[in-house]
Design a binder for this molecule. Structure first.
Ligand SMILES: C[S@@+](CC[C@H](N)C(=O)[O-])C[C@H]1O[C@@H](n2cnc3c(N)ncnc32)[C@H](O)[C@@H]1O
Length: 613
């Protein structure tokens, strides 16, 4: 530390340094190391360049120097006495001042604590219907809504003490639901679903995390490159990256890049695939082995298929199926780029699959889903997805999963394994689907081998699931900084159908109305497929479609985005075509949502969206 060489007035220095100047006794008073150090520094600062030996508080020189602060005209002895007396009374005064200071601090601290306690225990006033009506005439700032959300969450955590006696838990929850819906810009029914799955505070964390982007991740294609070499090559191009996580040997997390990650020479040469961290998990759980026969039931645009081939070292056979021809073009492009050679692509409705081909060692169903785990990538899900949509999707998932199990060879020497995954967090699309299959087929759940992730739910509202459901894995944006994802791994025990006791299945059976909805959905898809098939065949015949055409769409994410528009239009068409009771409610909710946002001058959600843009 640089020492001051400026001589300071003794009075001033005595005043300033009163805390640390100790009486000049031959043996320094016992003090902590810290105090001693402080003391040294203080003296040091006031010295005129005197040198102090380490560890000694006062040398003989110091004593002289300290004495000089007293009366210069007195004799040395008198000087020492009076100086010592003066110092002692000064020390007493200082000590008293210190005590007073300390007391003041304690008082302030206690007052603070008291204030906090009052804050924590004060009854929170829930706005009345009249107050809420008044609110409709003004623009409620998002910060105000957020504050109320946080307050209600605190009240819910200490409900007995902080509630208003006249208000019920339901009223608080209703207000919370309405505020969250307004603040984050979701359909209220979706918020209600999250509040059934998560505690109020976890729901808030989930919603916050779903508004933030996940890190960009790439998967090294070990058929063509080693992760270390790839990382070095990208770093040279100005990419700032790190290994993804201890659980992945192939993932790289990209922090920033001066070049577009989807267009580097390494990308174009197929050294990597853009793939989210979560979407690597189902393939890791599948553990495909070289030489096996594997089915990927819904494969487009090939992110997981290519990882399956990579783990199989390009040996054996992978059948990559997807209902949609358009999307399969991207799969073909990606497989070419990545140098995958053991894949056969096809376009079938997965529900018919065992009739097309069976006896697989392993089957992966990365099912079509509501996307409630990937809202950060597609904010339109907030207002596009309804609970009805989720039920419809769950129905399709059950059918596809049954078909996947039936396509498996239970006697496979190496496998007999089925992995089911979705990028949704809803219980309807995950645990409920899995439970349905456990009831229907002779299968059991096995460990996914994924060390991270949270166990699947064993109960949800009034439903109870099989205890083995804890072997399934859930991934969340707010806990794992990954897309919301679900992974379940089954082992097929026999090719027999399981006949469950009636109480197991009752409410899991799919109702006729849902059946009809799904059929309509598929019929439309089939129309699309046949039209597209014709067009594609014509293009193939005329040589228009080449692998390069597919390289335009290079990632699961990009393909999803490009696919969103027609998908939404299709949903709209279906909804328009079917004048159902439930639809009216959905429409009302949507228009209420829009009106609500207009009223509050854009509200928290839209305002935030604008800011993001
Ligand atoms: C989540 S995406 C699959 C992503 C893909 N596994 C990947 O990792 O790149 C779901 C896919 O299911 C397909 N799909 C929808 N209905 C289907 C059906 N009935 N049979 C087969 N595939 C279907 C969709 O076309 C979509 O490509």
């Amino acid at each position: 530390m640089a020492r001051s060489t400026t001589k300071k007035a003794p009075a001033k220095s005595a005043g300033k340094k009163k805390k640390v100047v100790k009486p000049p006794t031959p043996s320094p008073p016992a003090s902590s190391d810290e105090e001693q150090e402080e003391s040294e520094n203080e003296v040091d600062d006031n010295s005129e360049g005197e040198e102090f030996t380490d560890g000694k508080t006062f040398t003989d020189d110091n004593q002289k120097w300290l004495k000089m602060k007293g009366d210069d005209s007195a004799s040395e002895d008198d000087e020492a006495d009076s100086d010592s007396e003066a110092s002692i009374s000064q020390i007493e005064r200082d000590a008293m001042a210190l005590d007073a200071e300390k007391e003041e601090e304690v008082k302030e601290f206690e007052e603070d604590l008291q204030r906090q306690r009052q804050e924590m225990t004060k009854v929170f006033h829930l706005p009345t219907a009249e107050e809420l009506e008044e609110d409709e005439d003004r623009v409620v700032p998002p910060s105000e809504i957020r504050e109320r959300v946080e307050e209600i969450i605190e009240v819910m955590q200490d409900f007995k003490r902080r509630r208003e006696p006249s208000r019920s838990r339901t009223e608080y929850m209703d207000q919370l639901e309405s505020d969250l819906s307004e603040y984050f810009g979701y359909l209220p029914e979706l918020i209600s679903l999250f509040l059934k799955m998560f505690s109020p505070s976890e729901a808030l964390e989930f919603l916050d995390a779903s508004d933030k982007p996940r890190p960009l991740v790439i998967r090294t294609n070990t058929l063509k490159a080693r992760r270390k070499d790839l990382a070095q090559a990208l770093i040279k191009r100005g990419v700032n990256l790190d290994p993804l996580a201890p659980w992945s040997k192939v993932g790289l997390k990209i922090y920033e890049s001066t070049v577009p990650i989807g267009a580097t020479p390494e990308y174009l040469s197929g050294h990597y695939m853009l793939q989210s961290a979560a979407s690597m998990c189902p393939v890791m759980a599948l553990e495909p082995q070289p030489g096996e026969k594997v089915l990927d039931m819904s494969s487009a645009p090939g992110g997981k298929t290519s990882y399956v081939s990579q783990l199989m070292k390009n040996e054996g056979i992978v059948v990559a199926n997807d209902l949609k021809v358009e999307r399969q073009k991207a799969t073909v492009g990606n497989l070419h780029r990545l140098g995958v050679k053991n894949v056969i692509t096809c376009c079938n409705d997965g529900k018919n699959f065992p009739k097309v081909m069976g006896n697989f060692d392993r089957v992966l169903l990365d099912a079509p889903c509501s996307g409630l785990g990937v809202i950060s990538r597609d904010q339109s899900i907030k207002v596009q997805r309804t609970v009805k949509d989720i039920e419809r999707t769950a129905h399709l998932q059950k059918e596809l999963l049954l078909s996947g199990i039936d396509s498996l060879n239970a006697k496979s020497k190496t496998g007999g394994i089925m992995v089911y995954s979705t990028c949704s967090v809803s219980v309807q699309e995950n645990e409920q689907v899995v439970q349905y299959i456990l009831n229907k087929r002779d299968v059991k759940l096995v460990d996914t081998g994924l060390k991270h992730g949270k166990p699947g739910f064993q109960r949800y509202q009034e439903r109870r699931f099989h205890p083995s459901m804890q072997l399934t894995r859930r991934f969340y944006p707010h806990t794992h900084n990954m897309d919301g994802f679900f992974v379940a791994k089954f082992r097929k025990l026999s090719n027999k159908e399981r006949i469950p006791p009636p109480e197991e299945v009752e409410d899991e059976e799919v109702s006729g109305e849902e059946e009809e909805d799904v059929e309509m959905d598929v019929e439309e898809d089939e129309e699309e497929v046949s039209e597209e098939k014709k067009a594609l065949r014509a293009k193939f015949m005329s040589g228009i479609v080449k692998p390069e055409d597919d390289e335009e769409i290079d990632s699961e994410e990009e393909t999803k985005k490009s696919e969103n528009k027609p998908k939404k239009e299709r949903w709209e068409k279906i909804k328009k075509g079917k004048k159902k009771k439930g639809e009216k409610v959905v429409k009302e909710q949507k228009s209420k949502q829009v009106a609500g946002k207009k009223k509050s001058g854009g509200g928290g959600g839209p305002e935030k969206k604008k800011a993001k843009k």
